[in-house]
Design a binder for this molecule. Structure first.
Ligand code: 0RA
Length: 659
């Protein structure tokens, strides 16, 4: 019998060695990759185990130390990995957890462990990929220890001391294997980011990060949990109200949600399952959205916030604008789907979240009518914009303007047919349009002049603006449709460059154009295809030399240089004599022209300064700057006088739109 046992024992050992070998042979299968990401995943794996102890109610702190020798220590106050003999393996449970693949999971089933994905592969994977690893366990007032090389135990688990008090816990120190990882240097900020996130998600846990290499140290502890998380995410936005927070449990599935609306237009929702960021969303997110739409709509109708004659119904999309939310659920047996295995598949979670959010949000809205009103008013605005876009689409479709065969008459198209290499300048004013048409490289540059007339529709609603001929011409020229039918792959140009005058009217038009792209061709912005041309503000002429300056600072620099040139020249010619200057101190013979509009530049100048891809500067528009334009548009063009005045005073520099 004992013979059999020892055979079993060596057979198990062979399996252990095979397991470790598999991990070392194909590390990417277990930790994603062997780049910096994979390297940091080692820390995450151990930290996640410590957090699991916290979720089970046994741990209140995790200390991560980046050591000077390149190793890292993760220490917690959990129960400590069990050390008793494993009845089948015939060795310490600690050794089993550290050396057998997937044995790291909790033995009791009633915990929110993680399955699938890169998480929860077990500490044995960290061990296998470490040059060495040392583990110290505090349990029953005894300190146990074991050390490994590339996952293989150096000797059996042994007791190395005793301790007083009741702090059980686990301390793991490991040095990543240089033969596996391209770079084994840990990055403080990368580790800090995950620890901060975990501290927000687990409000009772203190996360401490120490860097022995430079003495840096940070402690993350957020008593407000998800509420603090949402505030942090919205730091740069203006919230419309205090975060709304729910915490509840149904069918052994605890859920925690915090959210708020800000005056921004983007949606900013983060979802987690068992502390893992489910970037692809899933059933918890669907449940949340469904409840949000239904509950807000019910409340709005019941309280007369949506009028009978107003045909608008609020859709899910309308409740997403300006929403910042964090959803955290704990699921016993999570099913992860999707390309990156970060989409929750458990269908029961949808109805659990939906029910809880429905109940709690109705309660909240009854108790906070002014917040309810603000959120619904914001959603109504979103709905109006959506409706306006739909009408405009129909209108454009009726006129057949979507058909790129019917290109607008004012468009001077380019000759080559490859969108990748083509660009369209949308130019304010017919005279500037004329210069641009003559100055351009007609092979790849198209020009669409638009009239400042758009400005006359200042007070009109968005649908009126979309009925505007100039905007229809843009839709047709770009050729990718509009709104829901919009297909950026059909765009006829790879770059869309807005070129407007550097005066107040010009910035209004640019704001309006940006708002239009933001609302109706958003993907062009996210794809980085919308740009703003940078025409010069000044021409400085001295003798035959002609230089352009794009702002006042540059003008100063040019003048300084011209002055210095004159001085050194005159010193050679006429010694001791200072160069003559005018009353402003500018050397005489220098002519400064301030361009009031693009039309003042001749075609050649326009090409040289603003359109030649070799020498020009164009500013790429991002979603934030476009959203800022959208906000400016609403405030400037809306009916309320007071906010408009306030806004202009507060954001004088944005009114000029220095995007
Ligand atoms: C297996 C079983 C139990 C806890 C752990 C492993 C455990 C692993 C790690 C890794 C880092 N810190 C950890 N803390 C605990 C359950 C222990 C029990 O039932 O007493």
């Amino acid at each position: 019998m004992s013979n059999n046992n020892s055979n079993d024992y060596s057979a198990k050992n062979i399996n252990v060695l095979k397991g470790l070998e598999a991990v070392r042979k194909r590390p990417a299968m277990y930790i994603g990759d062997v780049s910096t990401r994979g390297l940091h995943h080692l820390i995450n794996e151990v930290v996640d185990n410590s957090i699991d102890e916290a979720l089970a109610g046994y741990n209140d702190r995790v200390i991560v130390t980046l050591n000077t020798d390149g190793s890292v220590t993760v220490e917690d106050r959990g129960r400590g990995i069990p050390v008793d003999m494993h009845p089948i393996e015939k060795k310490s449970a600690l050794e089993v957890v550290m050396t057998v693949l997937h044995a790291g999971g909790k033995f009791d089933k009633s915990s929110y462990k993680v399955s699938g994905g890169l998480h929860g592969v077990g500490v044995s994977v960290v061990n296998a990929l470490s040059e060495w690893l040392k583990v110290e366990v505090r349990r029953d007032n005894k300190i146990y220890f074991q050390e490994y090389r590339k996952g293989v135990p150096v000797e059996n688990v042994k007791q190395i001391g005793t301790y007083k008090g009741d702090h059980t816990g686990t301390k793991v120190t490991f040095l990543p294997d240089k033969t596996i990882f391209k770079n084994t240097k840990f990055n403080f900020d990368t580790v800090a980011e995950r620890m901060r996130e975990l501290a927000y998600l687990n409000k009772d846990v203190t996360m401490i990060l120490k860097d022995e290499r430079d003495g840096a140290e940070e402690t993350f502890r957020f008593k407000g949990g998800l509420i603090d998380f949402v505030k942090y995410l919205d730091e740069q936005r203006n919230p419309l109200h205090k975060p709304i927070y729910f915490e509840a449990e149904k069918d052994n599935t605890p859920i925690e949600i915090a959210f708020e609306y800000s005056d921004s237009f983007s949606e900013n929702v983060h979802t987690y399952v068992n502390n893992i960021n489910t970037i692809e969303g899933g059933t918890h997110l669907v449940g949340f959205r469904t409840a949000l739409t239904r509950t807000f709509n019910n409340y709005a109708y019941k309280n007369g916030l949506i009028k009978e004659n107003n045909k608008i119904t609020l859709t899910g999309d309308d409740f997403r604008e300006g929403l910042t939310a964090v959803i955290s659920v704990k699921v016993m047996e999570p099913q992860f789907e999707g390309q990156t295995k970060t989409k929750l598949g458990n269908s029961e979670v949808k109805s659990i979240v939906e029910t809880i959010v429905g109940e709690k949000l109705s309660e909240y809205l009854e108790e906070n009518p002014s917040v309810a009103r603000k959120i619904i008013e914001k959603s109504l605005k979103a709905a109006e914009a959506r409706e306006a876009a739909r009408k405009a689409r129909e209108l454009v479709r009726r006129k057949n303007a979507l058909d790129s065969l019917h290109l607008p008459g004012k468009l001077a198209d380019c000759s080559i047919n490859d969108p990748e290499h083509c660009e369209i300048y949308i130019v304010e004013g017919d005279s500037a349009g004329g210069s641009a048409k003559q100055g351009r490289d007609r092979r790849f540059q198209a020009i669409l002049p638009i009239k400042g007339k758009i400005l006359n529709v200042e007070k009109a609603k968005l649908n009126k603006i979309l009925e505007n001929q100039e905007i229809q011409a843009m839709i047709a020229a770009i050729g990718a449709g509009i709104g829901e039918d919009f297909d950026p792959s059909k765009a006829r140009y790879g770059k869309i460059i807005l070129m407007t005058d550097a005066d107040v009217d010009g910035s209004h038009i640019r704001t309006l154009l940006l708002t239009f792209f933001y609302r109706h061709m958003k993907e062009l912005i996210t794809l980085g295809k919308v740009f703003i041309a940078q025409p010069p503000l000044y021409k400085i002429k001295k003798g035959k030399e002609e230089v352009f300056a794009f702002d006042d600072d540059e003008l100063d620099q040019v003048l300084k240089r011209f002055k210095a040139d004159s001085k050194s020249k005159s010193k050679q010619e006429v010694s001791e004599q200072e160069v003559e200057t005018d009353e402003e101190g500018h050397p005489k013979g220098i002519v400064i022209t301030r361009y009031k509009g693009l039309g003042e530049m001749n075609p050649e100048q326009l090409w040289n300064t603003t359109m030649n891809p070799e020498t020009r500067t164009v500013l790429q528009v991002n979603l934030e700057s476009a959203a800022a334009a959208d906000k400016i548009f609403e405030t400037l063009m809306g009916d309320a006088v007071e906010p408009r005045r306030e806004f202009i005073e507060k954001h004088a520099k944005y009114a000029n739109l220095d995007v």
